[in-house]
Design a binder for this molecule. Structure first.
Ligand SMILES: Cc1ncc(COP(=O)(O)O)c(C=O)c1O
Length: 395
């Protein structure tokens, strides 16, 4: 019986996190805590569903637009978020970022502004800029190890007529914030006031702390709104590429479908991704609860380790995600030296916060979606890296 403690060797599976760590960190064989997938096995029920399907030897074109998928998503929203969604809103997309890109193209024109709250998931910068839109930063305010929205700045940016879309990340990667009801109400009210489209990436919606309540933005009445999300982050099958969007506006749905199905030729989904999503949503709510409890323990373990061994590192208060955001501003004077030593001495790969923009350069993003034993190994390696950097700094 597998548990979250089980170590699974992922090397040799063409997996980005382990097999291609050299691409980002310059050295092979580092212990990785990097891009956001986890080292956990998918739930048994999902694995069984996939095995059963693989036994059928034909993998032809497949339809996503059917009752079973839509009902599974609808029930998931009802049970997990106490949120009613209309099954007609559901549209398939292969990945969340494909849909973000599609919405950027449908809602805005070249040269127009997309507002992004930074620090932010690095793919957002690329998808905005490589669609030749202006990236308009609404930097989050960081105080007492906690991020909050600069609403004055946000309103100024929303008020500029060339800014047509706000790309919200809810819950937020990398800061781990779960936006509260009052914050979402204010965001929606401001978008409404200035007629700005609100696109909410909610891929981290299931991985939340026990005190936290994720609120899908479709709960708030506004016509110019859509959610992009998937079960791939939660259940760890992004390699099966299957995501979906919720689009309440029927006209926009039609336009989205024309673009993805006709213009971009994305008609048939990956059958395994679709079945995995259905199976996970139909029977694995308990698994997400267990996962969240496990991650909470990992988080406590990291905090205790740092408190004991590297107390100058401050940990941002995370409310969601399996990504810890470690503030080094008082821990080292030369962060680039530390980064080098983590790799060359610690033999550990931890994400450099610089790529997330905003005040990210003073942070490391540590992926704690792994068995505790790996985390313990990684923290000891991190300590070695810190000691090596401190030694040079003190010479
Ligand atoms: C906020 C956010 N959106 C999207 C993605 C990627 O999703 P996809 O692979 O479905 O494009 C990630 C992955 O890390 C993420 O953190």
């Amino acid at each position: 019986m597998m548990s979250f403690d089980t170590i699974i060797d992922r090397t040799g599976t063409y997996c980005t996190q382990w097999d291609y760590v050299k691409d980002r960190f310059g050295e092979p064989g580092l212990l990785p805590f990097t891009i956001s997938d986890t080292d956990f096995m998918i739930p048994e029920e999902v694995l069984e569903t996939l095995k059963k399907r693989i036994e059928h030897p034909v993998f032809g074109y497949t339809r996503w637009n059917h009752y079973e998928l839509k009902e599974a998503i609808k029930r998931w929203y009802q049970i997990r978020f106490e949120t009613k969604i209309d099954e007609d809103w559901i549209m398939y997309t292969p990945t969340v970022i494909y849909a973000v890109s599609a919405f950027i193209q449908l809602i805005t024109e070249k040269g127009q502004g997309v507002i992004l709250q930074t620090p932010a998931y690095d793919a957002f910068f690329k998808v905005i800029q490589d669609n030749e839109r202006q990236l308009v930063e609404n930097q989050l305010i960081y105080e007492n190890n906690y991020y909050r929205i600069d609403f004055t700045d946000l309103e100024q940016k929303l008020a500029q007529p060339e800014n047509k879309l706000l790309l919200l990340c809810s819950p937020h990667n990398p800061t781990g914030r779960v936006w509260k009801q009052w914050e979402l109400e204010k965001i929606v009210a401001l978008c409404r006031r200035y007629s700005v489209f609100l696109l909410s990436d909610e891929i981290h919606m299931d991985i939340t702390g026990r005190e936290q309540t994720h609120l899908p933005v479709t709960r708030f009445p506004y016509e110019q709104i859509a959610i992009v999300t998937s079960g791939t982050k939660t259940f760890n099958f992004p390699g099966l590429t299957f995501a979906y969007t919720l689009i309440p506006d029927p006209q926009l749905r039609e336009t989205f479908q024309k673009k993805s199905k006709n213009a971009d030729g994305l008609s048939s989904p990956n059958v395994l991704g679709m079945l995995a999503t259905m199976s996970a949503y139909q029977s694995c709510g308990y698994w997400v609860d267990d996962l969240n409890r496990y991650l909470e323990k990992n988080q406590q373990y990291v905090k205790a380790f740092l408190q004991k061994n590297l107390p100058a590192i401050k940990v941002a208060e995370i409310e969601a995600t399996y990504l810890m955001w470690l503030d080094l501003s008082e821990a080292v004077s030369d962060i680039s030296l530390l980064r080098k030593k983590l790799v060359s001495v610690g033999k550990v790969a931890i994400m450099d916060g610089t790529i997330y923009g905003g005040n990210g350069a003073q942070f490391l993003r540590l992926n704690i979606g792994c068995p505790k034993a790996k985390l313990a190994d990684g923290l000891n390696r991190m300590l070695k890296g810190f000691e090596a950097a401190a030694k040079i700094e003190n010479e």
